[in-house]
Design a protein around this ligand. Structure first.
Ligand code: FES
Length: 167
């Protein structure tokens, strides 16, 4: 992603943000649509396009859990581990997905085939449907059980890859 492409994306949106620093996050999310994560060059392009320093841009990129500075799977499955979901079986959902995808039970991770990343999320605002899962930071769904969560990743694995990675 180039600085010019990012400027072109931001231009019609500038009026939506009273504080120009708020442009950095949408710029980062746009910059990761191509491959699903940001390279150092992408972050430098965001810095150039927004006029903020590379270190400031990197601090924003590493703060948010849906901005990725390392490769992630084709599909990202976020399991809510906050209180309401905990009370409705989030631990069991998390364990089931980590087992199924063969990833670390403490930190999650990406399956060996690179298709599915399992990560923790804090409250997704869907507490009345706990236990919840969000796919690609777009679609939140629940209530999930270990079985329904396993079925979900089977469906994701069978589906065509997204054209763009809006995470
Ligand atoms: S606690 Fe899980 S969606 Fe709110």
């Amino acid at each position: 992603m180039t600085a010019d492409q990012i400027r072109e994306y931001l231009e019609p949106r500038r009026h939506e943000f009273a504080d120009p620093r708020s442009l950095v996050l949408p710029a980062l999310k746009f910059a990761q649509t191509g491959r699903g994560y940001l390279t150092r060059e992408d972050m430098e392009a965001v810095a150039e396009a927004t006029g903020y320093s590379a270190s400031y841009v990197e601090s924003v990129a590493t703060f948010y859990d849906r901005v990725y500075t390392e490769p992630v799977g084709t599909r990202v499955v976020s399991v809510c581990v906050s209180m309401s979901c905990q009370l409705r079986g989030a631990d069991q959902v998390w364990e089931a997905l980590c087992d199924k995808e063969g990833v670390d039970h403490h930190h999650g991770g990406t399956s060996a085939d690179g298709r599915i990343t399992v990560q923790e999320a804090q409250c997704l605002g869907y507490c009345d449907r706990a236990a919840c899962i969000q796919v690609d930071a777009e679609e939140t769904q629940g209530p999930h059980t270990p079985d329904s969560a396993r079925a979900l990743v089977d469906e994701l694995r069978a589906a065509p890859d997204p054209d763009e990675y809006w995470r």
